[in-house]
Write a protein that binds this ligand. Structure first.
Ligand SMILES: Nc1ncnc2c1ncn2[C@@H]1O[C@H](COP(=O)(O)OP(=O)(O)OP(=O)(O)O)[C@@H](O)[C@H]1O
Ligand SMILES: [Mg+2]
Length: 1021
């Protein structure tokens, strides 16, 4: 098999086309397309496929199977015999029995009749053939799902009687003409092929698509899917949209089968069925749907996305709140994408291409974080391509109310609403109270249900008593039971809240999540619990826990967190942002597999991640020092109850007497409302919205800006979010602010109207998504860098992309700083001095002496962080760097991911400013290094979603050195050769690699097409 992705692509396109057309000719009626409508390429493809070619060289040929041919002959002989016997029984049977039946049951019969007397003969013959075909059909396709068999039968019957499954063709009632020029000219009396001939011919056509990976059955299935997809696409295009003619909500049956196979979901919940057939969905109006946690919201969104990609043939954008969720989704959808022929593109962290590659052949699903979705939409607006996104889905829509990220989400949605009227917007959430506001903003319908597949029972625990929560009733805490525990006095002291008693009621047989108010508390509680657990716990899945420990150790390059070392053997672990990405992934996987039965975690685990538990315990009603919000509480307890595993889930909130009243309010109050965040942080959102509106030329006059802001959520909620000032006043102030900052210019046109324009700094700022607080400092730093850029080490460049907003989170330890400073090269020290932090300053600070000429503390702290990043880029392990700087490994990890994201922002910033041309090449490479921070040879493997460093090393050492190696790997072999790799993980890795390879190959193909295309404005005579 070729390893060149480009070559694969170039060869496969035509063969695939041929395959489809060839198969269609005997399975499904060929479409009656007039020659003017037939794309030239398709005709060529068909023409390529002559019978003289060596058709079976690379194909899993059924003709090569003698037994099959023998069976075929037998079946045909049987049919002939039956036919003769029937003829002997009496010729009237043909007319009155079968023929009559067909006449009355087939609406297309009239059309067939018009073909002449031949139709009657065909009916008679069709009887025998029909039996023959069904006999064959059953033998050949036993493994096709029954729903599909029914469909295929219809297709067969349709083929025989000239019917089609597409509505348009049905309406015209045109007779399907099997492939072959003789038949195209019209039926000739007695000119009929034998069954064997027809089958052979059909198989020849099938086989003429020499795709090594497409088996006969797969090709058949694909033909059915193509047919269904065409039907659905035709429906969307030509029939009024209320009618859903696709077998599975407008989608091919194959989608249903894939969902069953890949997700294990065989039947949709009733609410999902209702939601998918809502008028709003059918007529493509915007929709917000809200259901409790674990209600199954994702599947509905995914089906709608597939419809957009496959039937409407437009791209779709799915917005998720966290990078980890995006990666999980990209991994999870890669398999579907490969099967159904669409691309899944990741937009998270520093990944994502702006503008996205314009693809002619395949449609793309962009899976993006809020930040990346905003940049993506901006880049599409700029090129006038926003309409290419037919569907925008926002998961966790209540994020609109979450600070600066909420503001970004609102800007993105407002732009799509304003510019692309044909883009449908779908929002979903479990925690929305003021949905009417959001409906007005999005001009959306609303669907709400309180369905939850697994019943959730809420409890609170006060002292040693458990009360069931009945939020609607006056006495909302109703006695349930007294906790049964036998504590020694020392245990009572260590665990006054009886956490051990609560968890041991469920573990190790079932899973349990224990939410704690702080990271430190998570670790302490986990350590405390396992000190008192019986030794029996050590035996539960002992070997797998040993493997987990081994993996955790190798993820830390030999280092292992002592808390995890102590807790994992008991089946416990903590989970919070202090874990590295690899540790977090390992812990999550082990918990999902039941190897770990209890996680002590912070509220971060509650958002979106699907890690359900039989029992969820809330250690206290606080997150850090703040009392829980209703939405946080709901998200946390919503993890209880695994669909399909537990009959019910339960949550227990441990409360103290002093908090009783507050907790009563917490459990019974309505959800908090979600408010626009454009005014967050002194109106930063409004500033950056207006800057980008002008920059993207969405609005160039005051009037246009006014019109745009009227369409924001901020406007809908004006009386609440800016009660003192009118939105219009705020907008004008913002314009003035941008002008004074040198980001916006105001001039007058020939008719004396005010015209707004961005300056080059303004353009760079919105293009790079740079926070306006830092845009001028960044400009100054980069300009200064041009004078004296030190390039014999990466330190200077790393310093320039060290995120400004991380600086306040870390105070330098001057001793460590001095030690690091002393180990720097002379050139590096000179550079440090150049940015304003000389060695003398650091030395005096380390010695605790007063400093005569103090350095700017922000610059010093930024350089300190740059040193941390610099060591990481030099391929030091995260653990050793964290140790050296006495920082938590989680902090070092988040510094690294912020730096890689900021580096790509700075890159886009510099691209817009001519004076910074030199930075482009430098920052492109630096972004890559910061993103992966590993040996260069591992980078291609780590580009695959879900492959982290340890796995990449294992794969590399096992001989999988490139993306192509992974894409072509055999999952079974991977499972055998790579330690601790489950079948599911292996499948996902291979699918993701295939998807990435396809995506890259397609992008190159597009480039080739663009290069070779004739310029439309080529001068001619
Ligand atoms: N029809 C179904 N039959 C069986 N299981 C289903 C069905 N639909 C969804 N699920 C499963 O239910 C679980 C929860 O679904 P999902 O993640 O979509 O919940 P959600 O509504 O998005 O919840 P949250 O608000 O917590 O994100 C998943 O494991 C999913 O595979
Ligand atoms: Mg969800």
């Amino acid at each position: 098999m070729s390893t060149d992705p480009c070559e694969i692509k170039l060869k496969r396109v035509p063969s695939r086309k041929r395959s489809r057309d060839g198969v269609r000719s005997h399975l499904t009626p060929k479409k009656n397309v007039s020659s003017s409508e037939t794309p030239a390429g398709e005709e060529e493809a068909e023409g390529d496929c002559s019978d003289h070619e060596d058709l079976f060289g690379d194909y899993d040929s059924i003709l090569g199977d003698c037994s099959f041919m023998a069976r075929l002959e037998d079946v045909e002989q049987d049919a002939k015999r039956q036919s003769t016997e029937k003829a002997l029984e009496g010729s009237s049977a043909v007319d009155q029995g079968w023929g009559g039946g067909l006449r009355s049951s087939s609406p297309a019969f009239g059309a067939l009749k018009t073909a002449g007397d031949h139709s009657r003969t065909t009916c008679g013959e069709g009887h025998a053939e029909s039996d023959t075909m069904s006999g064959l059909n059953n033998k050949l396709h036993e493994d096709i799902p029954s729903s599909q068999s029914v469909f295929q039968q219809e297709v067969f019957t349709g083929t025989e009687r000239g019917d089609t499954s597409t509505p348009v063709e049905k309406a015209t009632g045109e007779h399907h003409i099997p492939d072959g020029s003789a038949e195209r000219q019209g039926p000739k009396p007695h000119a009929r092929w034998s069954m064997t001939d027809r089958m052979k011919r059909a198989m020849l056509e099938n086989a003429s698509a020499p795709s090594p990976s497409i088996s006969k059955l797969a090709a058949w299935k694909e033909a059915v899917m193509t047919e269904e997809m065409d039907a659905a696409a035709n429906t969307v295009q030509t029939v009024s949209s209320e009618i859903d003619l696709g077998p599975f909500y407008g989608l091919p049956t194959k989608v249903k089968d894939l969902i069953a196979n890949l997700r294990g979901i065989k039947e949709l919940y009733d609410w999902q069925k209702t939601c998918l057939t809502l008028d709003s969905v059918q007529q493509r109006r915007n929709l917000i749907y809200s259901l409790p946690t674990s209600g199954g919201k994702t599947l509905v969104a995914e089906i709608l996305i597939l419809k957009e990609l496959l039937c409407r043939k437009r791209d779709a954008l799915l917005v998720l709140p966290y990078i980890s969720l995006v990666q999980e989704k990209v991994r999870g959808l890669a398999g579907l994408g490969l099967e159904l022929g669409f691309l899944v593109e990741e937009y998270a962290g520093s990944k994502g291409r702006y503008p996205p590659v314009k693809r002619r052949n395949k449609k793309s699903l962009y899976v993006a974080t809020i930040e990346k979705a905003h940049s993506l939409v901006n880049s599409l607006v700029e090129l006038g391509r926003l309409e290419s996104v037919g569907l925008l889905v926002v998961d966790e829509l209540h994020m609109l109310g979450e600070g600066s990220r909420g503001a970004l989400l609102e800007m993105t949605l407002a732009k799509v609403l304003y510019i692309s009227k044909s883009t449908q917007i779908i929002g979903m959430s479990a925690t929305l109270s003021n949905v009417e506001d959001l409906q007005r903003f999005l001009k959306a319908d609303n669907y709400t249900s309180d369905f939850r597949p697994v019943q959730l029972v809420e409890y609170v625990k006060l002292k040693d008593t458990i009360y069931e929560v009945h939020p609607q009733e006056d006495d909302c805490f109703q006695f349930s039971r007294v906790l049964n525990f036998k504590y020694s006095s020392s245990m009572q002291k260590v665990d006054p809240d009886h956490i051990i008693a609560l968890v041991t009621e469920v573990i190790p047989a079932h899973s349990c999540l224990l939410f704690c108010p702080s990271k430190k508390n998570c670790e302490n509680v986990a350590s405390m619990i396992c000190k008192y657990l019986k030794k029996d716990f050590l035996l539960h899945r002992e070997a797998e826990k040993a493997v987990l420990l081994q993996e955790l150790r190798s993820s830390g390059g030999g280092a292992l967190c002592p808390v995890l070392q102590a807790t994992v053997p008991f089946g416990l672990a903590y989970h919070h942002s202090g874990l590295t990405n690899e540790e977090r992934k390992l812990v999550e996987e082990a918990y999902t597999a039941g190897v770990l039965c209890l996680l002590t975690c912070t509220s971060t685990l509650a958002a979106g991640i699907n890690l359900p538990a039989r029992r969820v315990i809330l250690r206290s009603p606080y997150v850090a020092m703040d009392f829980l919000k209703r939405s946080q509480y709901k998200q946390m307890i919503g993890r209880a109850g695994r669909a399909g595993i537990d009959a019910r889930g339960e949550s227990i909130l441990i409360l103290q007497e002093k908090d009783k009243l507050l907790v009563k309010q917490l459990v019974s109050s309505p959800m908090e409302s979600c408010y626009s965040q454009l005014m967050h942080d002194n109106g930063k959102g409004v500033h950056s919205l207006i800057l980008s509106l002008v920059g993207l030329k969405i609005a160039r006059t005051l009037e246009q800006i006014r019109e745009f802001v009227l369409g924001t959520l901020l406007n809908v909620q004006e009386s609440h979010t800016c009660p003192e000032r009118k939105l219009w006043d705020i907008t004008q102030d913002s314009l003035e602010f941008l002008r004074q900052k040198g980001l916006l210019k105001v001039s007058k046109d020939c008719e004396n109207n005010l015209v707004l324009e961005v300056t080059s700094l303004g353009r760079a700022t919105y293009k790079g998504s740079i926070d306006m607080t830092y845009c001028d400092i960044l400009y100054r730093d980069l300009s200064k860098g041009l004078d004296s850029l030190m390039l014999n080490s990466l330190l200077h460049l790393v310093y320039l992309v060290t995120p400004y907003d991380m600086v306040s989170q870390c105070k330098p330890d001057w001793m460590i700083f001095f030690r690091q400073f002393s180990s720097m090269t002379a050139a590096e020290q000179k550079m440090a001095s150049g940015v304003g932090v000389p060695e003398s300053f650091v030395a005096r600070k380390a010695a605790g002496q007063s400093v005569k000429k103090p350095a700017d503390p922000t610059v010093a702290a930024r350089l300190y962080l740059a040193l941390v990043l610099f060591l990481l880029v030099k391929e030091n392990s995260l653990w050793s760097v964290a140790n050296r700087f006495q920082l938590s490994r989680g902090f070092v990890q988040s510094l690294l991911s912020s730096a890689s994201a900021f580096c790509s922002c700075v890159l886009h910033f510099t691209e817009e400013l001519e004076e910074f041309w030199a930075y482009k090449a430098l920052l492109t490479e630096l972004t890559r290094r910061l993103t992966y921070c590993v040996r260069a040879e591992l980078i291609p493997l780590m580009e695959v979603a879900g492959v982290l460093e340890v796995r990449a090393k294992q794969l590399y050492n096992a001989g999988y050195k490139t993306l192509s190696h992974l894409a072509n790997a055999d999952p079974s072999l991977l499972v055998q050769t790579i330690q601790n790799l489950s079948r599911k993980q292996a499948n996902q890795i291979v699918a993701s690699a295939k998807m990435l390879l396809t995506e890259k190959a397609e992008a190159l193909q597009e480039e080739v097409n663009d290069l070779l295309a004739l310029p439309p404005d080529l001068p001619s005579f």
